[in-house]
Design a protein around this ligand. Sequence first.
Ligand SMILES: *[C@@H]1O[C@H](CO)[C@@H](O)[C@H](O)[C@H]1NC(C)=O
Ligand SMILES: *[C@@H]1O[C@H](CO)[C@@H](O)[C@H](O)[C@H]1NC(C)=O
Ligand SMILES: *[C@@H]1O[C@H](CO)[C@@H](O)[C@H](O)[C@H]1NC(C)=O
Ligand SMILES: *[C@@H]1O[C@H](CO)[C@@H](O)[C@H](O)[C@H]1NC(C)=O
Ligand SMILES: *[C@@H]1O[C@H](CO)[C@@H](O)[C@H](O)[C@H]1NC(C)=O
Ligand SMILES: *[C@@H]1O[C@H](CO)[C@@H](O)[C@H](O)[C@H]1NC(C)=O
Ligand SMILES: *[C@@H]1O[C@H](CO)[C@@H](O)[C@H](O)[C@H]1NC(C)=O
Ligand SMILES: *[C@@H]1O[C@H](CO)[C@@H](O)[C@H](O)[C@H]1NC(C)=O
Ligand SMILES: *[C@@H]1O[C@H](CO)[C@@H](O)[C@H](O)[C@H]1NC(C)=O
Ligand SMILES: *[C@@H]1O[C@H](CO)[C@@H](O)[C@H](O)[C@H]1NC(C)=O
Ligand SMILES: *[C@@H]1O[C@H](CO)[C@@H](O)[C@H](O)[C@H]1NC(C)=O
Ligand SMILES: *[C@@H]1O[C@H](CO)[C@@H](O)[C@H](O)[C@H]1NC(C)=O
Ligand SMILES: [Cu+2]
Length: 568
Amino acid sequence: MMKLSFQALGFILFLSFIHSQAALLKYTFVVQETNYTRLCSTKSLLTVNGLFPGPTITARRGDTVIVDVINKGDHNITIHWHGVKQPRYPWSDGPEFVTQCPIQPGANFSQKVLLSDEEGTLWWHAHSDWSRATIHGLIVILPRLGTTYPFPQPDQEVPIVLGEWWKTDIQTVFENFVDGGGDPANSDALTINGQPGDLYNCSISGTTKIKVDRGKTYLVRMVNAAMNNLIFFAIANHSVTVVGSDGAYTKPLKSNYITISPGQTLDFLLEANQPSNHYYIAARLFNGQPSSRFDNTTTTAVLQYAGNYTPSSPPVFPGTLPAFNDRNASFNFTASLRSLASAEHPIDVPLTIKRTLFYTLSINAIPCPANQTCEAIRNTSRFAASINNITFDMPSTAILGAYYRGINRGVYGDDFPDVPPLKFNYTQTSGLNASLRLPEVATEVTMLKHNETVELVFQGTNLVAGIDHPMHLHGHSFYVVGSGFGNYKRKRDSLTYNLVDPPHMQTIAVPQNGWTAIRFKADNPGVWFMHCHLERHVSWGMGMVFIVRNGKSADARILPPPPDMPPC
Ligand SMILES: *[C@@H]1O[C@H](CO)[C@@H](O)[C@H](O)[C@H]1NC(C)=O
Ligand SMILES: *[C@@H]1O[C@H](CO)[C@@H](O)[C@H](O)[C@H]1NC(C)=O
Ligand SMILES: *[C@@H]1O[C@H](CO)[C@@H](O)[C@H](O)[C@H]1NC(C)=O
Ligand SMILES: *[C@@H]1O[C@H](CO)[C@@H](O)[C@H](O)[C@H]1NC(C)=O
Ligand SMILES: *[C@@H]1O[C@H](CO)[C@@H](O)[C@H](O)[C@H]1NC(C)=O
Ligand SMILES: *[C@@H]1O[C@H](CO)[C@@H](O)[C@H](O)[C@H]1NC(C)=O
Ligand SMILES: *[C@@H]1O[C@H](CO)[C@@H](O)[C@H](O)[C@H]1NC(C)=O
Ligand SMILES: *[C@@H]1O[C@H](CO)[C@@H](O)[C@H](O)[C@H]1NC(C)=O
Ligand SMILES: *[C@@H]1O[C@H](CO)[C@@H](O)[C@H](O)[C@H]1NC(C)=O
Ligand SMILES: *[C@@H]1O[C@H](CO)[C@@H](O)[C@H](O)[C@H]1NC(C)=O
Ligand SMILES: *[C@@H]1O[C@H](CO)[C@@H](O)[C@H](O)[C@H]1NC(C)=O
Ligand SMILES: *[C@@H]1O[C@H](CO)[C@@H](O)[C@H](O)[C@H]1NC(C)=O
Ligand SMILES: [Cu+2]
């Protein structure tokens, strides 16, 4: 055990050596129950260090952060560092039963967060059942010492964490959802930095205020930490200039609204260049299925200029916030992101592809077993979700440990298909044969060779219902080279790819009844979860695992596990 720990320490020293400025930082995360009052009532929620949203981790590019996670709650927990690639070190990645067993009540786990080429904003969150509703926070990754932002130095930085709030305890929401087999209860509010804002009852005193000085520029670091929804966001009378997403810089994109997927981060510049006043910052859902019931509330914060003036009352509301069902506004914003792709921040889009994958994303239905309750499809079924018709069956022990020790038998199979088992009109609006809705339930992984170049086309289907799927890959960033509505046709659609400056992301919304093509190099040996970041979809099984094999050389292999991996 000691030997392993010295090897791991040696790796950190080695990192510090090659980037002489890289630092080793330490944080302590105590998972604990904390009382919070929102929407007229007080409830106890699981937090980190008593904070909602949780503490921000601030580091520089290339640093190593050690986070001692101490579980003082009464609930199994794991923590994931969303967007951090963790080169060769999947052990700290966090998804429950993929890379680790949970940190049980009373236990602790010292996690190493290995930053490499990420720069900008990422976030961390719980990755076990639905605890991430309240267990999340930002990771701010500043440029290395001696380097600067690829845009004018902002006067100040402002964090914005978008969340979703239920009056009921999230664990109860989750259990009712699992037991019922139907849709989960809608949230009761959205939040900006933990506060619903003054369009809800009982929130007026706690509205988030962002105080600005006229003439100054602010760098806003935003994450969508909501559980089940894409979000539209706007600031009254102010445009913003997006400069980064998912821990990579983008070309400046000026817009008077924002679309952000759960899991995604956006960095944008906000110039306080309007008449001194109070302006609403507002956010609400993008919902492509207007017939469904959804949380149609609006969360607000206030952008408050300093100085002596009589503010308008109420504050000015953003007229540019898109309507709930504005698919074009959602698609257009996301499809407009471009990598910065400068000399200082070059990109490396794979141009020769070794492995071509085509994955369908579907909502499924499983006929109601005789002894269960089933709230889906007029109480006849339970919802499921799948990739290439496979509903991911979460094992009860970690896949990474089983793979590393060569004892995979019975834990997972390596037959995840490269293409769906059946071709059909994926996006047909009606009349899809109901028999197609039944998925296969299995724990299958896709093996990738070290440094294999991969193109993966996600195809949304209209089985049960079409909806945007924000797909998230662990351990890698990918280039989003194309997207569109309808069925993907390689001959036609590959001609539209952007191979010049596609955005470098880890979470991308595949449009409703549409497709998205991504490319990446499997250069990070390990076991990496890929899943929809809508919590209800991943709970229904919309996930799969990539295992990137070791390369030949010693520096292309998974590092040994730490001695304190939580046991099952
Ligand atoms: C939360 O509030 C309840 C009811 O008022 C109280 O019993 C409990 O001790 C509080 N918990 C914490 C952690 O403060
Ligand atoms: C972490 O767990 C270990 C093993 O159970 C224990 O020895 C140690 O005291 C714990 N540390 C903290 C800070 O709780
Ligand atoms: C606020 O409370 C009033 C009175 O109970 C109710 O009519 C109204 O719908 C509530 N508004 C919101 C946004 O919850
Ligand atoms: C905000 O914009 C609206 C519409 O352009 C305009 O009528 C209003 O005067 C502006 N408010 C302030 C405080 O600048
Ligand atoms: C939200 O939905 C409720 C119930 O369907 C409806 O009564 C209300 O008008 C809606 N509010 C908005 C702002 O769309
Ligand atoms: C969305 O864009 C499509 C194609 O550009 C257009 O045909 C359609 O009218 C637009 N819909 C809305 C609601 O703007
Ligand atoms: C977004 O909409 C604008 C204005 O309608 C249009 O010029 C632009 O091409 C659209 N971009 C994308 C990626 O659809
Ligand atoms: C339902 O029945 C199946 C098959 O008889 C059995 O395996 C399962 O444990 C039962 N589940 C419950 C919740 O009773
Ligand atoms: C597939 O379904 C779409 C939407 O219903 C329809 O417009 C299209 O014609 C269908 N394509 C084929 C090849 O049947
Ligand atoms: C998925 O697999 C199930 C079970 O083999 C089958 O019944 C169903 O038709 C398949 N659906 C699709 C869309 O491939
Ligand atoms: C694998 O790719 C990485 C980064 O893309 C490169 O630095 C490395 O040399 C490659 N390794 C091998 C063995 O080809
Ligand atoms: C907590 O995790 C342990 C180890 O995986 C497992 O045996 C136990 O059932 C879990 N407890 C709950 C309540 O899920
Ligand atoms: Cu999804």
